[in-house]
Design a protein around this ligand. Structure first.
Ligand SMILES: NC(=O)c1ccc[n+]([C@@H]2O[C@H](COP(=O)([O-])OP(=O)(O)OC[C@H]3O[C@@H](n4cnc5c(N)ncnc54)[C@H](O)[C@@H]3O)[C@@H](O)[C@H]2O)c1
Length: 324
């Protein structure tokens, strides 16, 4: 078991709070949030007596966790992760790793200097439909991949603390915050594209959306993302067309040539080389992180260097997109 301190009990941190209960090997011993009263009320509602702090350093000094799980706004990731590693903790940190490649490099340097382990929580790599797609691409079930379309859109997120997510300086905007899931999956699977191009449309309070094309040798990947003013449900999925067939996903549902298939944990296990006794991607990424800490194995399903590369690719896409 690893003793875990969860830092950040906002929108995503609440999800992590419950995933730590599901993930084998995790012992959540304390929570920290600078909005102490908000977090206290949440813990009361969850009928939890988990100790609560408003300062990460104090929480680490008091509780001596093995692991710090950072689920705070993106602009705080680098400083908190580096501090936690310097204080002797292994760190799991939400995506994006940080706002810039330079900050990511500082995090990797801190991991090397302190000898503490660092993994970025790219949950899509641990989600069943994407793990399944990985196994189809690598196993060659339908032959060569010709085209992959990925999509991820939602209403404008309004629940972030002080609305930091709507400030590009703090969140990086919709490409770095939301589309990163699909851009990261493409890069995880295929590496850096030969060419990128795209469109980026921003009209504050109405929408911020982007489409980007990533060109690889012999196939291409398109990503579409957007935050919209209208209340629309969170929608994500993909269409992968191969020489001999097609795999599509809509949310958690996966179809082969139009026929829904049932995903089984053992089919996906191959994808990360680690047991998958839960289908919840968030619990699975935590479980994977802890199992690799315990075995001393590499985080080969999510190395910090690959997370740095993803931030760099997102930044490149933002730079080259035609702004409309
Ligand atoms: N993987 C996913 O599916 C997913 C989904 C949403 C958000 N995220 C990521 O999770 C991170 C958090 O996003 P969110 O939507 O939960 O934001 P949020 O604003 O809802 O929550 C962040 C929480 O961190 C707290 N906080 C800020 N600074 C702190 C500090 N120094 N110490 C302790 N607590 C601090 C805030 O008070 C807040 O409660 C972001 O990096 C975001 O990109 C990931």
């Amino acid at each position: 078991m690893k003793k875990v301190l969860l830092v950040g009990l906002g929108t995503m941190g609440t999800g992590h709070f419950f995933s730590h209960r599901t993930a084998a090997g995790s012992d959540l011993i304390a929570v920290c949030d600078v909005r102490y009263d908000m977090a206290k009320e949440k813990l009361t509602n969850f009928q939890s007596d988990t100790p609560l702090y408003d300062d990460m350093v104090k929480a680490i000094e008091d509780c001596r966790p093995d692991v710090v799980d950072i689920v705070t706004p993106t602009f705080t990731h680098a400083e908190l992760a580096i501090k936690a590693m310097e204080m002797g903790c292994d760190v799991l940190c939400e995506k994006p790793m940080a706002l810039t490649a330079a900050e990511c490099e500082r995090m990797i340097e801190a991991s090397r200097r302190t000898g503490r382990r660092l993994m970025i929580a790219h949950v899509v790599r641990f989600m069943a439909p994407y793990m399944y797609l990985k196994s189809v691409i690598e196993g060659g079930k339908f032959g060569r991949l010709l085209r992959l379309d990925m999509k991820r859109i939602s209403a404008i997120p309004r629940s972030s603390s002080d609305n930091w997510m709507q400030d590009d300086e703090l969140s990086g905007g919709v490409i770095l915050d939301l589309s990163i899931h699909d851009i990261d999956f493409a890069r995880y699977m295929f590496g850096d594209p030969k060419k990128v191009s795209g469109l980026y449309y921003t009209q504050r309070d109405l929408t911020e959306y982007a489409t980007a094309d990533l060109t690889y040798d012999g196939f291409s990947v398109s990503v579409e993302t957007g935050w919209y003013k209208a209340w629309i449900p969170f929608t994500c999925g993909y269409t992968a067309v191969f020489e001999n067939g097609m795999v599509t996903a809509a949310g958690d549902d996966v179809f082969e040539n139009g026929n829904k298939i049932e995903l089984k944990p053992e089919m996906e296990e191959l994808s990360i080389g680690s047991p998958c006794d839960t289908l919840d991607g968030y619990a699975r990424e935590i479980q994977y992180f802890i199992s690799r800490l315990e075995s001393g194995g590499e985080f080969d399903a999510s190395t910090p260097e690959s997370s740095l590369g993803t931030v760099a690719l997102c930044r490149k896409i933002i730079e080259v997109c035609d702004k409309i």
